[in-house]
Write a protein that binds this ligand. Sequence first.
Ligand code: GRF
Length: 204
Amino acid sequence: MTKKIVVLISGSGSNLQALIDAERQGELGSGTITLVVSNKKSAYGLTRAAEASIPTHVRTLKEYKDAGKTREDFDRELAEHIEESQHPDLIVLAGWMHILSPAFVDRFRGKIINLHPALPGELDGAHAIDRAYSEFKAGERTKTGVMVHFVIPEVDKGKPILTQDIPCVEGDSLEDLENRIHVVEHEILPKAVKLVLEDNLSAA
Ligand code: GRF
């Protein structure tokens, strides 16, 4: 019984690529990516999806605002589109840079997971890597990390599924730290997807 995965992206999609590669290598268990959604027309992840023959769907907040509609309209109607077209077993936020309101989260509660480049309880929200680096340079931290967690309405607060510490190394540039983090992200995300799908992990 294949389990349908919908991946939401906003940018390069290197984590989407890690999921595509993992599926090809049989490392996602029964999971298969059936749709990639982007809130940015220019997201390179859309090209990655097309090259893997995965259907894509683009829906931008700008379209909604230009039409006099709200974020809640965007979230609710995106949720309806995903539910009606896919009936997904899992939704993966992989570099999705749009805070989802309860209008979306509550519809899929327990089957939305998010990748965040920080440890639980630290550096919630955007620019987590930059903030970790600044704190490292200020002598306020010696490590950071990556987590995959269940999504609840509070940003980056849901129950962790997998986490990994990542050291900050003397002499690191921001790019060095970013690269070290991305390598770990590409490893941890497919493992978390498999874990949730195969072990029926629950968000409770
Ligand atoms: C990743 O670092 C992710 O943790 C953060 O945005 C980046 C997305 O990268 N939220 P990509 O689009 O998957 O390459």
